[in-house]
Ligand binder design. Structure first.
Ligand code: HEM
Length: 234
């Protein structure tokens, strides 16, 4: 890890970012923001069980965020900008870390099981690629509407129900959200390690936390396509 001692904060930050720990810290901090979004989005989606009015009202409430201080839609765009910046930083740091690790491969890991590390690293990488493809499809499907067969701009309830009544679309969402669960589990587990919270006494709690939150988020997301497929909501 090449850390350069310097008094200028910008230089210190760049030197830190060049190290593996610096990139992992950026991934951990942006991961916390993205996890926060995913959790809130999952909780918001559960409004679908309260009917069309509650669900559509919630979507409208998000579009009106920041009003009357900000003009209509500006709050939502500011939020999107933060989210996009976090996604870009998360992907850039992950890609650079992978390349850096590949170059340093001959150096053995001191205290980690290389088989396990390789498995977690590989899982995170390919689930990350698939999440990227899924999010692009998801935005074209429910936000832009071009990937939806019967999109009505102001009626997200209709868009979700009519989409998941077609089982192949529901299946894509079910598989993608299971992948998200895996990605979240590994992410939440390694996040604490990166941020220095990996004392053996707390590790069982770290695992309980990572398992519980990834299961809650995955189950919440999966409940929507499953409820539509089974006719529970229509
Ligand atoms: C079954 C699972 C999901 C359902 C039913 C669902 C539903 C929706 C709907 C209806 C919208 C559009 C809301 C509107 O009209 O403004 C939306 C937007 C969005 N969703 Fe999902 N979603 C799911 C899972 C996910 C996951 C797992 C992610 C990310 C990992 C995600 C990321 C987003 C993003 C980034 C937006 C755009 C927000 C914006 O800027 O307007 N969604 N989702």
């Amino acid at each position: 890890m090449e850390m350069v001692a310097t008094s200028r904060p910008a230089n210190w930050f760049l030197a830190f970012y060049r190290s593996a720990l610096g990139k992992k810290t950026v991934m951990a901090l942006t991961g916390i923001v993205l996890f926060g979004f995913v959790f809130m989005h999952m909780a918001g989606n559960l409004k679908i069980f309260m009917g069309a009015e509650a669900f559509n009202h919630y979507a409208e409430f998000l579009r009106a965020a920041g009003e009357p201080i900000l003009p209509h839609g500006v709050g939502l765009w500011m939020f999107r900008l933060v989210l996009l910046t976090c996604v870009a930083l998360h992907i850039t740091a992950a890609t650079q870390l992978t390349l850096q690790n590949r170059r340093a491969r001959p150096i053995a890991y001191k205290c980690l099981d290389p088989v396990q590390l390789g498995y977690a690293e590989r899982t995170m990488r390919w689930s990350g690629y698939l999440m990227g493809i899924y999010i692009i499809y998801h935005l074209l499907h429910f936000t832009v509407g071009t990937a939806h067969r019967d999109f009505i701009a102001v009626n997200p309830y209709h868009n979700v129900i009519s989409a998941f009544q077609f089982w192949p679309v529901a299946a894509v969402y079910i598989v993608a959200n299971l992948l998200l669960g895996m990605h979240l589990y590994h992410g939440l587990w390694s996040l604490f390690q990166t941020l220095g919270c990996n004392h053996p006494r707390y590790n069982p709690w770290r695992r309980v936390f990572a398992v519980t939150f990834s299961i809650v988020v995955t189950a919440g997301f999966l409940s929507v396509p499953i409820a539509v497929l089974s006719g529970l909501v229509s």
